[in-house]
Design a protein around this ligand. Structure first.
Ligand SMILES: [Zn+2]
Length: 302
């Protein structure tokens, strides 16, 4: 039984564009899960890489969330302002974990040609030192060891051998930016989130974040990965597949659709009700067991 005292959740969009329906579903699922037990729900903007931040996207995201009644507790956290904390965590990992310098250009990783879940996986070339000491270097974590396993509240047991999935992954990039996995794990630890509820497209990156957390000596949160909204072609909705921004002129409709997608269609007499009323209903009626299953994840979860 999860209670208010020990629930702190968050939504962490990347401001590379406006929010599409898939992101709204993740935000609605995560906030409802927090509200249902009287917990807190926070907002973090994952603006780590300045080249990926679209002009105006942060304001658009904040306005979109507010229009849908997706209000958050406390101040907005910006990942880009946490560089010192990320660096300190990286230094701790360099001291305590099997972290090594890698100077491999993409072409060298391509030549090895090892297939992985996100394209080619890193073959471990620099584990025992690198031949070009002056070259720009990233820093990788040696991931060899037991597979990482976690119990997802929606997917069930999830197991991944990170070495077979992606190989040693980057913690700190050659352009002096922390990797997404390092920053995400560190920020989730710093802010004391107890519950990470997000889209199932991120389930495959969870084992890497768990590994970083373990090396940092942090506790493990509860995980819940929500079903993905798909394009009619079967592809997941993302900025790449040009999913259009949500229509914030009809917030109640968007909210109803998001709840329905999550297996919580409001009763017909609530159609057209104001956003606040829909939230009150969602908070009362949230049952995570009613989430639809994500069939495409059955290979790794079971
Ligand atoms: Zn290398």
């Amino acid at each position: 039984m999860i209670t208010a005292a020990d629930y702190r959740g968050r939504f962490a969009p990347t401001p590379s564009g406006s929010l599409h329906f898939g992101s709204i579903v993740a935000a609605v699922g995560s906030r409802t899960d927090a509200l249902a037990v009287g917990g807190e729900w926070h907002l973090r903007i994952d603006d780590l890489d300045p080249r990926r931040v679209a002009p105006g996207a942060i304001d658009a995201i904040l306005q979109c969330l507010e229009s849908l009644g997706l209000t958050w507790d406390g101040p907005v956290v910006y990942q880009s302002r946490r560089h010192d904390a990320h660096r300190a965590a990286f230094e701790q990992l360099r001291r305590d974990a099997p972290v090594y310098r890698c100077t491999c250009p993409r072409s060298r990783i391509a030549r090895a040609g090892l297939p992985g879940i996100e394209g080619l996986r890193y073959p471990g070339t620099c584990r025992h030192g690198t031949a070009d000491p002056g070259a720009p270097a990233s820093w990788r974590l040696d991931v060899r060891g037991d597979p990482i396993e976690f119990l997802d509240r929606s997917l069930g047991r999830y197991v991944q051998d990170i070495d077979a999935a992606t190989g040693d992954f980057v913690l700190w990039r050659a352009d002096d930016i922390p990797s997404y996995h390092l920053a995400c794990a560190v920020d989730d630890v710093l802010d004391g989130f107890t519950d990470i509820v997000r889209g199932a497209d991120l389930a495959a990156s969870t084992p890497r974040q768990i590994l970083v957390r373990r090396w940092l000596g942090a506790h493990e949160p509860r995980w819940m990965h929500l079903p993905l909204v798909r394009h009619p072609s079967g592809e997941k909705l993302s900025k790449q597949t040009l999913a259009s921004a949500v229509d914030t002129t009809r917030p109640a409709t968007v909210l109803c659709h998001a709840l329905a997608f999550l297996g919580h269609a409001p009763l017909p007499d609530l159609v057209g009700a104001p956003v606040a009323e829909l939230w009150a209903w969602a908070k009362e009626h949230w049952v995570p067991a009613r989430l639809p299953v994500a069939p495409d994840l059955s290979e790794t979860a079971g």
